[in-house]
Design a protein around this ligand. Structure first.
Ligand code: SAM
Ligand code: CA
Length: 247
């Protein structure tokens, strides 16, 4: 996070507050990562979208630039072609995905809010990537239920990024495990939930952090014992748990 001209004391307090985004030891360290290896290599459309998103009132929801860089590399490493994203907002992680997959790759992207997607869409179009995206406006769960009814969708996704309503993550998991291919990946985002997963119950917490915390804790427990997947929980962004389907 940028220091925003705050005094050192303010930064230290902010850093300790539950609900602050960076999970690293210090803001300076996080800034170092961004300035040394993320911003100088950030593709121009991602930079443009990040700047547009920064002006939006809900910008706290966006995927961070370091996580965007990570997703982009991960998708290339696994040769992802057929992908899904639940929770698009203005499209930063969507763009990281669209840039990583081949020209005939696909992203089924779902969000209840189309307006925010349309903020980023001109940038995605200008980059010549819109043809890879099928955007569905609305709740993701009914769409997943429909896909589950059709055997043709089973085991077809190389990568699925889940970054929407945390109280539904387990409901998503029940369905996605059949839709992702064996050897494919599901990434659940925000699984360290602003660090609140280890906060004492009486710790000061923003209302939404407190509300979703129990759902995130429940998800983390369930993923840890699910024999159908291998998992890896990474402290990037707000925590992402990668689940590789093995059966
Ligand atoms: N991945 C995005 C990015 O890189 O900027 C951030 C997504 S934001 C954290 C969460 C999004 O999930 C919001 O845009 C919200 O409208 C969407 N959302 C909330 N509930 C949803 C649901 N039931 N189905 C689909 N999308 C939902
Ligand atoms: Ca997120």
């Amino acid at each position: 996070m940028a220091t925003n001209g705050n005094s050192k004391g303010d930064d230290a307090r902010r850093h300790q507050e539950v609900g602050h985004k960076s999970l690293l030891q210090s803001d300076a360290l996080y800034q170092y990562i961004l300035e040394t290896s993320v911003y100088p290599r950030e593709p121009e459309p991602m930079k443009e979208l990040r700047e547009v998103t920064a002006k939006h009132p809900w910008n706290i929801m966006t995927t961070s630039a370091d996580e965007g860089q990570f997703l982009n590399m991960l998708l290339k490493l696994i040769n992802a072609k057929n992908t899904m994203e639940i929770g698009v907002y203005t499209g930063y992680s969507l763009l990281a995905t669209a840039l990583a997959i081949p020209d005939d790759g696909k992203i089924l992207a779902m969000d209840i809010n189309k307006e925010n997607y349309e903020l980023g869409l001109p940038i995605i179009e200008k980059a010549g990537l819109a043809h890879k995206i099928e955007f569905r406006e609305g709740s993701a769960l009914p769409v997943l239920d429909q896909m589950i009814q059709d055997e043709n969708y089973h085991g077809t996704f190389d990568f699925i990024f889940v970054d929407a309503d945390k109280d539904n993550y387990l409901n998503y998991h029940k369905r996605l495990i059949d839709l992702v291919k064996v050897g494919g990946l599901i990434g659940y985002d925000n699984t360290l939930w602003n660090g609140s997963v280890v906060a004492p119950p009486d710790a000061p917490m923003r209302k939404y952090v407190r509300y979703y915390r129990d759902f995130v804790l429940e998800l983390n427990k369930a993923l840890a014992v699910d024999p159908r997947i291998e998992i890896c929980m990474l402290p990037i962004g707000d925590g992402i748990t990668l689940c590789r389907r093995i059966s």
